[in-house]
Design a protein. Structure first.
Length: 291
């Protein structure tokens, strides 16, 4: 089997897994034309990315990849809200939380990629191969479906539960995670914008507590949304507990910490200061810096 055939097989397998998950997790969701809203959201996520893939593959450009990730989140959340309207307080707050996170992160990534010249090193080798590039776009849709699943389940739930402890505890967890992610990104952005820090690594602020505080924040905020969604879950809709677990595995085992650590070791692996920072600072879960 050639490389292109293997890539298309991956696309088919990922698509099937995403849609099967959305179908079963959509139990209890509002329906449109006999299909659960969560299942239709799965198709929307895939179609948004596949349609954007076409001009991107022709131009061999990844310029809009991260931006379309944000558009995908906003599209499925907007659709879920429209199908389930009028929303209860839980649905409105969760939808607003996802939208706020999406716009903030999407604009941040958009600014970062354009500051870097409009290209992402992750796609240098694959954007010249349409089949491999399609895998990346399909995986982005898969990422959105799984990550947003708890939010979508809560927004579209036909059985609406009263606001209680899960709502407030989850909201507090989300605020902590969102604050952590935003603060970490701003601290690193300010550090890198200072010409005096060119070629250096950040060890101040939240980055003294964790080597990847932004990832900790993202995992935490999606955990908060799951906690808020718990009263609206029943039966197979409990499959959406995969949301923060998936984010954790993605950011620690696939495209997050692993890639960042490889790049950091290539740049500063022989630097004694970096070795000290690495040994004294946890990779993910923050703790006060050692004195």
């Amino acid at each position: 089997m050639g490389k292109s055939a293997k890539s298309l097989t991956v696309v088919a397998v990922v698509t099937i897994i995403a849609l099967v998950f959305a179908y079963f997790a959509g139990v209890g969701s509002a329906e449109i034309y006999g299909y659960s809203a969560l299942y239709v959201c799965g198709w929307i996520a895939l179609l948004v990315n596949w349609l954007t893939f076409i001009p991107s593959a022709i131009a061999q450009s990844d310029k809009f990849y991260d931006t379309m990730g944000a558009v995908t989140y906003l599209s499925v959340i907007a659709f879920a809200c429209a199908v389930a309207w009028p929303l209860d307080l839980r649905g409105m707050v969760i939808a607003a939380m996802v939208a706020i996170w999406t716009v903030r992160l999407g604009s941040f990534l958009f600014a970062r990629i354009h500051a870097a010249g409009g290209s992402d090193s992750r796609f240098e080798k694959i954007k010249v191969n349409p089949a491999r590039f399609l895998v990346a776009w399909t995986l982005q849709a898969f990422w959105v479906i799984l990550t947003a699943s708890a939010a979508l389940a809560a927004i579209t739930a036909t059985e609406r539960a009263e606001i209680g402890p899960f709502f407030w505890i989850g909201a507090a967890i989300w605020v902590i995670g969102f604050t952590f992610e935003v603060a970490a990104d701003r601290q690193k952005g300010a550090f890198k914008s200072n010409p005096a820090n060119k070629g250096k690594f950040i060890t101040t602020g939240l980055w003294a507590w964790s080597r990847h505080p932004n990832y900790f924040g993202e995992i935490t905020l999606w955990t908060g949304i799951l906690v808020m969604a718990i009263p609206a879950l029943f039966g197979l809709s409990w499959l959406v507990v995969i949301s923060p677990i998936f984010v954790f595995l993605l950011l620690t085992k696939v495209s997050g910490i692993n890639l960042q650590d490889v790049q950091a070791k290539e740049r500063w692996g022989d630097d004694p200061e970096y070795q000290t920072y690495r040994s004294a600072t946890p990779a993910l879960f923050p703790r006060p810096p050692k004195k």
